[in-house]
Design a protein around this ligand. Structure first.
Ligand code: ATP
Ligand code: PRP
Length: 231
């Protein structure tokens, strides 16, 4: 049985994943038409390419349907409970960097820290009769972070895109989202809490702990690790 490597089929991480492997003498190529999600690996035997969305790669690794996968470390941590019991990090790839942060309206001049947010949240509940809303798609990471930091009086509102717009649209009071240049936050009059960094994400190569590691696959991964100069 060949070893299955899952890589993003589109989006931000796709091209740079190909470049990273190429720099190590391994070329990933699409087979079939531009629109067909099939691929092959040249330069090393015994690896099959599986093209997936970045967001689905954590689940496929955890189910053992792929043996290796490239995706953002934010997606692994958010989508998999106890992620490090299900996958192992093989290499940080040095691209796809983004910070998952908590931001509030810039107009909240007295709110700079999580403690301030906690105080505002308690007052908000008293005044409005419902909990302050934080819009995000990163439910697990945000809940864990706020619990560890003693913020309790809030509710999460699911937002799968354009999250920074939810404050202006009055569907949330604060947000937790990925930022890289900070442009989107600025354009939407939001500021990051000084202690509001939840996770620094980057594209990472993971190995599944859940897949069936046959002798043949172990041989292939050893060759691959040698080629990639990994321990
Ligand atoms: N500016 C950014 N905005 C959003 N995500 C970013 C940014 N920079 C890097 N990333 C990372 O890119 C990854 C998401 O990749 P991509 O945009 O290809 O997926 P997606 O389209 O959001 O998800 P899916 O493929 O499931 O639809 C995440 O790990 C995220 O941290
Ligand atoms: O700090 P910046 O460089 O401005 O980038 C951050 C923005 O980019 C992403 O959105 P994306 O373009 O993926 O759209 P989305 O809202 O649909 O997720 C992310 O969700 C932020 O909104």
């Amino acid at each position: 049985m060949t070893l299955k490597l899952g890589i993003p089929s589109k989006g931000r991480l796709m091209e740079k994943t190909g470049d990273w492997f190429k720099a190590h003498g391994i070329s990933l190529r699409r087979t079939g038409s531009d629109r067909e999600y099939a691929g092959a690996v040249d330069g090393i035997d015994g690896i099959e390419l599986v093209l997936l969305s970045a967001g689905e790669i954590p689940r496929e690794l955890a189910a053992g349907r792929i043996d290796l996968g490239v995706t953002g470390s934010d997606l692994i941590r958010d989508k998999l409970a106890l992620w490090d019991t299900r996958v192992t990090e093989l290499a940080l790839l040095g691209f796809g960097q983004a910070d998952l942060i908590i931001a509030v309206p810039s107009a909240w001049v007295d709110v700079d820290t999580l403690d301030d947010l906690d105080a505002v949240a308690a007052a908000f509940r008293r005044d409005h009769g419902f909990r302050l809303r934080i819009a995000t798609k990163y439910h697990r990471l945000v809940r864990d972070f706020l619990r560890e930091n003693g913020v309790a009086d809030y509710q999460l509102v699911d937002s799968q895109g354009a999250t920074e717009g939810t404050v202006k649209n009055h569907t949330a009071e604060a947000i937790a989202d990925i930022t890289s240049t900070g442009e989107t936050l600025r354009a939407n009059h939001l500021k990051i809490l000084s202690d509001g960094l939840i996770h620094k994400s980057q594209a990472t190569l993971y190995k599944s702990r859940m897949s069936d590691w046959t002798d043949e696959k172990r041989r292939v991964i050893k060759t691959l690790k040698d080629r990639l100069n990994l321990d």
